[in-house]
Design a binder for this molecule. Structure first.
Ligand code: SAM
Length: 244
């Protein structure tokens, strides 16, 4: 798909995504904390977040960490000043300056993966960690995004999700060694009504599925109710790639 088409999609969907992330900033706490646990950052670490959306990772870092957020689209919080624009093949960061890099929930839209891996590798220090966390091909999240969201978002959704053999081979060819695991956690809300609102905004469900249809789709992902929270099960594949 041409870059321009994707850029238009993200400009349109980005505002809605950003609104969900700003309104319920705690919903994906477990996801960001799972990613950070895997990165195991030392004091003073420099962290590249790409693509960063509206820079949501930053609030999970400690004061000693240095955040570097980059995105391919201006659609996330046009007023922001913490995320800079970049392309998949050119990130304005000096060679060998980052301790870690994160690509969260985004790989499935990246077209030039080999070039992107090489560009991220260039920015990392020797033994720097590049963590890719994304939906696994054939998982319930794949079904949710490429079937349900594809049907109810007027711009569609066609993600190319993690295929371990393919993605690991491309990372090894780019100069990384890789570990892989699938992590399960929950997105957390105060109520099921709040979850419905969040899903409608995050995924720009502008064709407006009924509450019943959306509830059914969420139920297929897995849900859990506690006295204080309504939790939706989410899982991503985590590829931990180390610069060789
Ligand atoms: C689901 S958001 C994830 C953002 C953030 N990492 C997070 O976890 O919330 C997907 C990201 O992919 C980016 N993206 C990927 N490919 C793109 C392209 N070709 N054009 C524009 N944006 C693209 C979007 O800008 C966006 O930041």
């Amino acid at each position: 798909m041409p870059d321009k088409f994707y850029a238009e999609i993200f400009a349109q969907n980005g505002n809605s995504y950003h609104q969900a992330m700003q309104t319920w900033p705690q919903a994906r706490d477990q996801e960001f904390n799972t990613a950070l646990a895997s990165l195991n950052l030392a004091q003073g670490a420099h962290v590249l977040d790409v693509p960063a959306g509206g820079g949501y990772l930053q609030r999970y870092l400690s004061d000693s960490h240095h955040y570097h957020g980059f995105d391919f689209s201006g659609g996330f919080d046009a007023a922001h000043n913490i995320v800079e624009n970049c392309s998949e093949t050119k990130i304005d960061i000096a060679d060998s300056s980052m301790d870690a890099a994160l690509c969260l929930a985004s790989l499935h839209h990246i077209e030039n993966r080999s070039e992107f891996y090489q560009e991220v590798r260039r920015t990392l220090k020797p033994n720097g960690v590049f963590l890719i966390a994304d939906v696994v091909a054939g998982s319930p999240q794949d079904g949710f995004l490429n079937t349900f969201v594809n049907q109810w978002n007027s711009l569609g959704h066609e993600g190319v999700f993690i295929d371990l053999e393919r993605d690991q081979e491309a990372l090894v060819n780019a100069g990384f060694s890789c570990d892989y695991s699938v992590q399960h956690y929950h997105w957390q809300f105060r109520s099921s009504a709040e979850a419905l609102e969040y899903f409608r905004l995050l995924f720009t469900l502008d064709r407006q599925p009924s509450d019943a249809l959306l509830t059914k789709a969420i139920t297929q992902l897995g849900e859990k109710k506690t006295s204080a929270a309504y939790c939706v099960r989410w899982s991503l594949g985590f590829i931990k790639a180390v610069k060789r």
